[in-house]
Design a binder for this molecule. Structure first.
Ligand code: ATP
Length: 308
């Protein structure tokens, strides 16, 4: 993947709104056939970053090359080769599916055939339906098809599956993965950890306008050094300090009654935990062991949850 030139190369990007630094010293590259995720809490600067690359906002400093084209000097040339998924609210309700695809296609020199687009997002049966009569998942798939009307090299998806049920989300993931197979570069923002882990080849985790970690999901989770978390509901008082002293434990969090113990030796920790619960007088409910996630890494790096 990385032996080919980057389709998007962002170098030392800065953007402030007044005194507020929304994006600070941001650098990353995205390659053909790669899904790159920008992950971060509300206000981290993800949308601002996308909009600067798309040529919709002017950076205060830094360089953006899109397929080798300087996005600040030649925003029109960039717009010809990128596709941007619009939020559904910006679509007219009284437009039919096929009509919308033809209308949007008309803005570009290169146009992908409407039949191919309908086929890709499985909306052949809905070609004559009004946008307002589509389900949430169908509307999102149409929004995706509209981002592809010019057969772009690079596709920007800003929280593409927000509000969708699991089935509709999976359908959309399949389409995104098909686009990757077609050698497109995809940059997406998401709040969903599972989505980022499942889809993204590489991820930049953003917080307060800065990248605080970057790598493949596996590399990022590897930074935690432990990959197991023992979770349970404590009935009675489980003392975090005592839990921290159990063998193999690297970190303990207790929120209300939900306890999370990160361990490099889960079996040993678990045995000691059960013994402790007897002597310290707390009961253990809803016990399970899970793999560490990107969410855990975010908490370790920032002390906050991605969803706060
Ligand atoms: P979300 O996940 O909520 O969409 P985000 O990571 O995409 O968040 P941005 O929308 O890029 O974050 O916003 C970054 C910060 O910049 C936020 O604190 C936001 O309030 C601020 N901001 C964004 N646009 C403007 C603007 N036009 N004027 C002033 N402040 C802005």
């Amino acid at each position: 993947m990385t032996d080919r030139p980057a389709t998007v190369a962002v170098q030392s990007l800065h953007k402030s709104y007044g005194d507020f630094k929304a994006v600070e010293d941001l650098s990353f590259s995205v390659f053909p056939g790669e899904i790159f995720g920008l992950l971060g809490p509300n206000g981290a600067g993800k949308t601002t970053t996308l909009e600067m690359i798309e040529g919709l906002r002017r950076p205060d400093g830094g360089q953006i090359l899109v397929a080798g084209i300087d996005a600040q000097n030649q925003p029109r040339a960039v717009r010809e080769i990128i596709g941007v998924q619009l939020q559904q609210t910006s679509l007219y309700n009284n437009i039919r599916v096929e009509e919308a695809l033809r209308l949007f296609g008309g803005y570009y020199r290169t146009q992908k055939p409407v039949e191919e687009l309908l086929d890709l997002v499985s909306l052949q049966d809905k070609r004559h339906s009004f946008h307002k009569n589509l389900s949430g998942g169908q509307q999102q798939r149409l929004a995706l098809a509209l981002a592809l009307v010019n057969d772009p090299l690079i596709i920007f998806l800003d929280e593409p599956t927000t509000g969708l049920d699991p089935q509709a989300r999976r359908n959309l993931w399949d389409i995104i993965l098909k686009m990757r197979s077609a050698d497109k570069s995809i940059i997406l923002t998401t709040h969903y950890m599972e989505e980022a882990e499942r889809l993204c080849d590489r991820i930049a985790i953003m917080d307060h306008g800065r990248v605080i970690a970057q790598g493949s999901p596996k590399e990022l989770i590897g930074q935690l050094k432990v990959d197991s978390c023992i979770e349970f509901l404590s009935e009675g008082n489980a003392d975090p300090e005592q839990l921290q002293k159990l063998p193999g434990v690297s970190r303990v969090t207790v929120i209300h009654q939900r306890v999370e113990i990160f361990s490099e030796a889960p079996q040993t920790t678990l045995t000691a935990l059960l013994a402790l619960s007897n002597t310290a007088g707390f009961a253990i409910g809803d016990l399970h062991i899970r793999r560490a996630t990107l969410e855990d890494l975010f908490i370790e790096l920032t002390g906050r949850s991605l969803r706060e």
